[in-house]
Design a binder for this molecule. Structure first.
Ligand SMILES: [Zn+2]
Length: 167
């Protein structure tokens, strides 16, 4: 596809590298399991600050500058594309409900600008979660934190259980 000049630049990759160079550490393609069974896999995840970053392809996510040409291309609004956009919105809503900050960047955004956006979002998120106020009496917000699935600390399982499973 000729329109894919941008595959060379890989904006997402460029953003990751730039953030890494600045000393930020993140997870990539980290799956978040949200309430209601919704699974979201942002492009870049800062788990401690609960910041999810998406770098959206202009075409597949219907960027207003490069993606949207419904008059010329009827096929553009194919169910798939509409589904993508709707899913983006649902994901954003679910993430926000779960206390995440969501940053969406179009792939056409210059990397410097993308970095600046992420860094300021991180700063904002860090100010909330990381500012460790002295002896907070009652942690505000964060209602029922999704109770850690209490994993019973796997006591060394008796060997006979292991052997029970004959083949
Ligand atoms: Zn675009």
């Amino acid at each position: 596809m000729k329109a894919n000049r941008r595959t060379d630049t890989k904006p997402e990759l460029a953003l990751r590298h730039a953030l890494h160079r600045l000393g930020y550490r993140y997870r990539k393609d980290y799956r978040l399991d949200l309430d209601g069974g919704r699974r979201v896999r942002p492009d870049i995840v800062f788990t401690a600050r609960k910041l999810a970053v998406f770098v959206d392809g202009c075409f597949w996510h219907a960027c207003p500058e490069h993606g949207s040409k419904p008059k010329n291309n009827e096929w553009y609004w194919s169910p798939k594309l509409v589904g993508n956009v709707e899913r983006d919105q649902l994901n954003d809503t679910s993430l926000k409900l779960a206390g995440w900050t969501v940053v969406r960047l179009w792939e056409h955004v210059p990397v410097d600008e993308a970095v600046a956006t992420v860094v300021s979002a991180l700063t904002a998120a860090g100010a909330v979660t990381k500012a460790s106020p002295p002896a907070q009496p009652s942690p505000p917000a964060q209602p029922s934190r999704p109770a850690q699935p209490t994993r019973p600390a796997q006591p060394s399982r008796p060997a006979r259980f292991a052997r029970r499973r004959r083949t």
